[in-house]
Design a binder for this molecule. Structure first.
Ligand SMILES: Nc1ncnc2c1ncn2[C@@H]1O[C@H](COP(=O)(O)OP(=O)(O)OP(=O)(O)O)[C@@H](O)[C@H]1O
Length: 810
């Protein structure tokens, strides 16, 4: 009933309420009062400043203690956790000392609007502040504010570079406020991680935090856990993380042995030709063998029948994996080859995703395609989506330049409201109308002409491309036109900071893949801003987009690179009817468009077609997000229950108690023989092993279930209901089954004062683990998958998901 009422309320809300900014007046009032205290605070010594911050910390703690004591006296039970907050007077004092601390420690005196942003963050909102308005500082002060309220804060960045940069940059101001700061990077050791998470504020990339949370789930000693319980999360580039990346599952896999390359199949598919032997979906997510392709493969494999019972599960799956690697994963778009290894490119950020890989079979197939040694294979041990990861935090807030266009999703998925903070200086950037063309070739000629013209004027130009291959094509065209350019993409992201630092320099042309999500500052005149006046005179930075993105938000993020802090600048997007956006979302409309002899689209409706295609793309993106969440929220709930049990096993003597209940004699004998502690330790190891193993099996079952259920949806059953109908009972017995198995092992295993040797009992934990991201639905939407199922039934081939080895070999 509650679910029904909530659902109805949500629908009504969506119908009637426009998502607007929260009221900033109360924050403005507090900041104005803080302004009055500024002179007094300016005269304080550093020590006095730190003491004042400490005084705030104590006052908040005492207020919370008083509240709790009052509640206990009144006999009231605590209903949900209440979070400590500043009173208005405390908030005002915090603003005054925070501003002074930033000024002294960083040489940056926060503007009023930044403090308004800080207060909005402290109220749990997502804050919209334009590019270059100083979100990093507003976020750091909010983090310090939460820390003074006694909360533990994680500040999440989109990548390692920003996490470290922001932590190191902001730490001196936080230190002056008596607040400690740590950061985590991919290369951090477990000790460094633990120390970083012990700090009041921890900066980390989202994926790094997620992988730490997953790795913690494998610990068998409480002291090995690195991440403490989630409390407050401040998300930088909030819309990218909370919306664009939310659906991506982070996966932890455990080594099972050397991987095996399917050389035979790689050779077979290499001979296949697009159009004749196989076809690729318009959105490049699925590949199908044609009849001629099927015949060719069957012949190459010595005359097998791919659809016979013998081959349909195994050989056909192998063909599909190899074909997927051959036809759908492109070097320099989806991955690069570096140091003899395949490295994935994170599509939304145009960066190499180190230590990440595709699911087993697919990874091996790509490695075989590239003639590389095959890496280890493994089993999925656990996975979590970014959304589930962030939903664990009782308090969520964040900042971004583009929150309002994501308002609906932010409310729907996180119940987050938006505070739109006005700029410190009004934005004077000119966003020019789109330049639309019939063909990609005509578009690229026009892009080169535009860049050449701006370059000739001496203006810096930032070009945002969609992928690495496009960047390189454009760089070659610019070279032909004798326009020197710097290419920033996943191939050289180590040099990113240096390249970006100079992207605003005189005559500089920077071609960047997926600039949108990079969150780095471009200063006019170059890194030291020396040539700034000259660039201002010339008109500032010119941003060129080479295609419209799948959402307006991404377009805006790219445009926002120009015109920071009231700087001059302009932006223009080029687009063609041959772009993916149109091919995927408005192919029929594109056929009706008219163009002139330069290939420029002339009709008035051309712009509408592009806008429409983008709206459709946004709708598809939202639907994928909703759908993923509908599936994963159940899994996430189940995961929470398992985690709770696991934590209890890890930190208490529950495992030993359970063993004593089920096998009292064996337990008593062992305690006498080797002592209570040793028994407890052995029982714990055994119980954790079985719980983890059972959970990994359950995840594999759910993945299979989800895959198979799409076929049932053709029989007009609601796939989500079906999924729940099967997934809930499958989970119900997990905890009991794991405990039963643990009891069995406890009864039969050899347990000595040295403990229990799980390997010897055949209960092998993975020797090594690694992590990877699964991109949003790499094997297509539900509808695609249902269609593939039908095609398979009527005799065509499909790319069956190789998501899990278990599944692939079913
Ligand atoms: N109060 C301030 N006074 C002077 N300069 C400031 C102030 N706050 C921030 N800055 C400067 O503004 C620049 C941009 O800051 P920051 O990178 O935090 O912006 P941002 O809002 O995060 O932009 P982006 O959208 O690019 O991430 C930095 O060079 C920083 O030093």
């Amino acid at each position: 009933m509650t679910g029904f009422v909530d659902g109805l309320r949500d629908r009504l809300r969506r119908l009637f309420q426009r998502h607007g900014s929260v009221d900033l007046k109360p924050f403005r009032r507090i900041v104005a009062t803080a302004g009055g205290d500024a002179d007094a605070v300016a005269g304080w010594s550093d020590t006095r400043l730190t003491e004042a911050a400490d005084g705030l910390r104590t006052a908040v703690r005492e207020a919370v203690e008083q509240q709790e004591a009052g509640r206990a006296k009144g006999g009231k039970k605590r209903k949900g956790a209440t979070h400590p907050e500043f009173t208005d007077a405390q908030a005002s004092e915090f603003c005054a000392i925070g501003r002074e601390a930033a000024d002294r420690a960083l040489g940056l005196r926060p503007f009023d609007v930044q403090l308004v942003g800080t207060l909005a963050l402290l109220s749990g909102h997502v804050v919209e502040m334009s590019t270059g308005e100083g979100k990093t500082l507003a976020g750091a002060l909010a983090a310090a504010g939460y820390a003074l309220q006694g909360r533990r804060v994680h500040v999440l960045s989109v990548n390692d570079y920003l996490a470290r940069r922001d932590a190191e940059w902001m730490a001196p101001a936080c230190r002056l406020l008596g607040v400690t700061v740590g950061w985590v990077n991919e290369g951090s050791t477990p000790e460094e991680r633990r120390a970083a998470y012990e700090a009041d504020i921890t900066y980390a990339a989202v994926s790094e935090l997620g992988f730490d949370v997953l790795r913690d789930r494998l610990c068998t000693e409480a002291d090995d856990v690195v991440v403490r319980a989630p409390d407050v999360v401040i998300v930088d580039e909030a819309d990218s993380v909370l919306v664009d990346e939310a659906k991506v599952p982070l996966v932890l896999a455990g080594a099972r042995g050397a991987g095996v390359a399917d050389q035979e199949m790689t050779k077979v598919v290499r001979r296949l030709r697009l159009g004749r032997h196989y076809e690729v979906d318009q959105d490049e997510r699925n590949v199908f063998l044609t009849d001629a392709g099927t015949a060719e493969v069957e012949r190459a494999l010595g005359g097998v029948d791919l659809y016979s019972e013998e081959h349909v599960g195994s050989t056909l799956t192998r063909v599909n994996i190899a074909l997927h690697a051959h036809a759908l994963l492109h070097r320099d778009v989806d991955y690069i080859v570096r140091d003899g290894r395949v490295q994935l490119i994170n599509a939304s950020r145009g960066r190499v995703a180190l230590l990440q890989r595709w699911p087993d079979g697919l990874q091996a197939a790509v490695e075989a395609k590239e003639g590389l040694a095959v890496s280890e294979s493994g089993d999925v041990l656990d996975e979590i989506t970014v959304q589930a990861l962030i939903s664990r935090y009782p308090t969520l807030c964040g900042m971004t330049g583009t929150a309002m266009p994501a308002a609906e999703q932010l409310y729907e998925f996180y119940r987050a409201s938006i505070a739109v903070i006005p700029p410190n200086e009004p934005c004077i950037r000119v966003d020019r109308p789109d330049q639309l063309f019939q063909t990609r070739q005509a578009k690229e000629s026009a892009i080169v002409a535009e860049i050449s013209a701006r370059h000739a004027e001496g203006r810096p130009v930032l070009v945002g491309t969609q992928d690495v291959a496009e960047s390189e094509r454009l760089a070659a065209l610019l070279a032909e036109a004798e326009v020197p350019c710097v290419v920033l993409n996943a191939k050289n992201d180590a040099e990113e900071a240096a390249i970006i630092a100079d992207a605003g320099a005189h005559e500089r042309v920077t071609v960047s893949t997926q600039m949108a999500g990079r969150g780095t500052d471009i200063k006019l005149g170059g890194r030291d801003g020396e040539g700034r006046d000259r660039i201002v005179e010339l008109g500032g930075l010119c941003v060129v987009g080479t295609a419209r993105h799948p959402s307006r938000r991404l377009d805006q993020q790219l445009r926002g690179r120009a015109g920071r802090q009231g700087d001059p600048g302009d932006s223009v997007f080029f687009a063609s009817a041959e772009d993916d956006l149109i091919g995927q979302h408005a192919p029929e409309a594109a056929e009706r468009l008219a163009s002139d002899e330069d290939g420029r689209l002339t009709g008035r409706d051309a712009q509408q077609v592009f806008d429409h295609a983008q709206r459709v793309a946004e709708g598809v993106g939202l639907e994928i997000h909703r759908n993923t969440w509908r599936y994963t929220s159940l899994v996430s709930h189940q995961r929470g229950l398992v985690s709770e049990r696991r934590d209890e096993l890890l930190r208490t003597d529950l495992a030993s108690q359970q063993a004593a209940e089920r096998h009292p004699e064996r337990h008593a004998d062992l305690v006498e023989e080797i002592g209570e502690d040793a028994v407890e330790h052995a029982a714990r190891l055994i119980a954790l092993y079985h719980l983890d193993d059972r959970w990994a099996d359950h995840l594999a079952y759910l993945a299979d279930l989800r895959e198979s259920i799409h076929l049932r949806s053709l029989a007009r059953e609601n796939p989500l209901d079906e999924f729940h109908r099967a997934a809930i009972p499958a989970f119900r017995e997990i905890l009991t089954e794991a405990a039963d198995k643990a009891a069995e092992t406890f009864e039969t295993a050899t347990i000595t004062s040295d403990g229990v040797d799980l390997d010897a009992e055949g209960l092998r934990r993975p020797s090594a683990t690694w992590t990877y991201l699964i991109n949003d639905n790499p094997f297509g939407s539900e509808a695609d998958r249902a269609m593939r199922g039908v095609r398979a039934m009527i005799g065509g081939s499909t790319t069956k998901s190789p998501r899990r080895k278990k599944q692939a070999t079913d």
